[in-house]
Design a protein around this ligand. Structure first.
Ligand SMILES: [Zn+2]
Ligand SMILES: [Zn+2]
Length: 404
C-alpha cells in the first residue's frame, strides 16, 4: 500500500491519493452557514445544534463580513428575526442560565454567543469541530463576489477592486496573506458563481492561488443549474478546468468543487436555504482545523448532496470509486473530462464513461487533461434544492495527461 501511495503521489501530485492504511477517516462538514450575526434567522447555538444532531463532524459559521467575536446584542421582537418563541426554545434546550438578556429603553435584547463560547459548549467531547470562518462579501458593480474564508483568526474586510477579476483576486490574496501571517492553514472557496449571473468561466479560470469553488450551493437563489446564467456550475467547472489545465489560465492549477448549505433558514424544513442540502466529506487523520483544511488542499475530499462513498482510489492508470450503497438504490457514476488531443474549437468536456457498477472503475487512456466523477442516485433528495433532485456526490478532478 505504501508503494502504491508513493507512486501515486509522485505520478500525480495534484491528485487525491489514498493508501487507506493509516488512521484517516471521512469527516462530514458544512462550510457555509449563516446566523443572526449576519442575515441568518437563528442564534448561532440553534444553528450549530442542528449539525451536531445530524451526524456532522464539523461546521463553519460563515457570516457576511463578520466573525462571531466581541459583544453583540440582538433585539427580541415579535415580528423580527429573533422573536420570543426562539428565545424560549433556547432556554428549553440549553437551560435557563444560557440566555442573557438586557433592557435598553423599551427594547429587550439578547446577547449573541461568540464562537469561543460555542466551541466550549459543542466541542467538549472532542467529536465536533467549529472552524472559524467568514463569508467575505464583496461586489464589483452588479457582480456579487462572495468568498468563504476558513480557519481565519480575525475578520477580513472586503478588499474591492477595479474589475470583477481584480475584486476576486484581491480578496483571495488577503485571505491567503492572513494564513501566511498567522501560520494557520487558511482556505478560500469562491461561492455560488451563478448568483445574480455574477461570474463566468474566465473568472473561475483566471483565479490565482485558488483551488476551491461551490459546484453546489443549497440556497435556492443561486442558480446552480444555470437557468438564467450561461452555464450550470458543473459546466463552469469543466470549462474553467480546461482553460486552466490546457491553456494555463490563472496559475494553471486544478480547481476543486464543494457542496454547501448556505443555510439562512434554520426553523423550516422546506425553505429557501435550509441546513442539510449539501456538504463535504473530508478524509483526514484528525478532527483538527489545520488537518481538515490541509486534507482539502490535497484534494482529499468529495462533495455530496446525499450519496456517501467508502473510498476513492486514484492510481496511475485508474480512478476507482466505491459507493456506500443503500439497498434498493441504483447509483450511476459518470466519469467526466476532456482529451488533450480534442479540438478546442469543437469539443467540450463530456461524459467519457458511465457505469452502474460498484465499485465504479475508470481506466485512463492517458490523454485526458483531467477526469472527475459524478455519482447520481435514483433516490430523491429529502430536502431538495429543486423539485426532482436526486442525491449525488461529486468526486474531485485529477490530472492525467503529461504524467509519466
Ligand atoms: Zn453568498
Ligand atoms: Zn452565504
Amino acid at each position: 500500500m505504501i508503494t502504491h501511495l508513493l507512486a501515486c503521489l509522485v505520478l500525480m501530485p495534484a491528485v487525491a491519493c489514498h493508501a487507506g492504511d493509516d488512521d484517516s477517516r471521512w469527516y462530514r462538514g458544512n462550510t457555509h452557514t449563516h446566523t443572526l450575526w449576519s442575515d441568518g434567522d437563528a442564534p448561532p447555538e440553534h444553528a450549530v445544534k442542528w449539525y451536531v444532531d445530524n451526524d456532522y463532524d464539523f461546521l463553519v459559521l460563515s457570516d457576511h463580513n463578520v466573525m462571531q467575536q466581541g459583544e453583540r446584542w440582538f433585539a427580541i421582537t415579535p415580528d423580527g428575526r429573533l422573536d420570543p418563541t426562539k428565545v424560549d426554545a433556547l432556554e428549553t434546550t440549553f437551560g435557563p442560565d444560557w440566555v442573557e438578556t438586557r433592557q435598553v429603553d423599551d427594547a429587550t435584547e439578547m446577547r449573541l454567543r461568540t464562537l469561543a463560547e460555542l466551541k466550549t459548549r459543542f466541542e467538549a467531547k472532542g467529536d465536533f469541530l467549529l472552524i472559524p470562518g467568514e463569508e467575505v462579501t464583496d461586489r464589483y458593480r452588479l457582480a456579487e463576489v462572495h468568498i468563504n474564508a476558513l480557519n481565519l483568526e480575525r475578520t477580513i474586510d472586503p478588499q474591492h477592486g477595479d474589475s470583477v477579476e481584480e475584486t476576486i483576486q484581491n480578496n483571495l490574496d488577503a485571505i491567503a496573506a492572513q494564513g501566511v501571517e498567522t501560520g494557520r492553514s487558511v482556505l478560500a472557496h469562491l461561492n455560488h458563481p451563478n448568483f445574480r449571473g455574477s461570474l463566468g468561466v474566465e473568472n473561475l479560470a483566471n483565479m490565482k492561488g485558488e483551488r476551491f469553488f461551490e459546484v453546489y450551493n443549497g440556497h435556492r437563489s443561486v442558480d446552480n443549474e444555470g437557468a438564467s446564467a450561461k452555464h450550470s456550475t458543473e459546466t463552469l467547472w469543466d470549462l474553467a478546468l480546461t482553460r486552466r489545465l490546457r491553456d494555463g489560465a490563472g496559475d494553471g492549477a486544478i480547481l476543486f468543487g464543494l457542496a454547501t448549505d448556505d443555510a439562512h433558514d434554520h426553523y423550516e424544513r422546506d425553505a429557501v436555504s435550509v441546513p442539510g442540502r449539501g456538504w463535504i466529506m473530508v478524509r483526514s487523520n484528525s478532527l483538527q482545523a489545520d488537518a481538515i483544511v490541509d486534507a482539502m488542499k490535497r484534494g482529499d475530499f468529495y462533495a455530496s448532496s446525499g450519496v456517501f462513498l467508502e473510498d476513492i482510489v486514484v492510481a496511475d492508470d485508474t480512478m476507482k470509486i466505491t459507493i456506500k450503497a443503500d439497498p434498493g438504490v441504483t447509483y450511476t457514476t459518470e466519469f467526466i473530462g476532456i482529451m488533450g488531443s480534442d479540438d478546442p474549437e469543437t469539443t467540450k468536456p463530456r461524459v467519457l464513461a458511465s457505469t452502474t457498477a460498484n465499485p465504479a472503475v475508470h481506466r485512463f487512456s492517458g490523454d485526458e487533461l483531467y477526469v472527475r466523477a459524478r455519482v447520481v442516485s435514483d433516490r430523491p433528495h429529502p430536502k431538495p434544492y429543486a423539485k426532482g433532485d436526486f442525491e449525488q456526490a461529486w468526486v474531485q478532478p485529477v490530472t492525467v495527461q503529461g504524467q509519466p
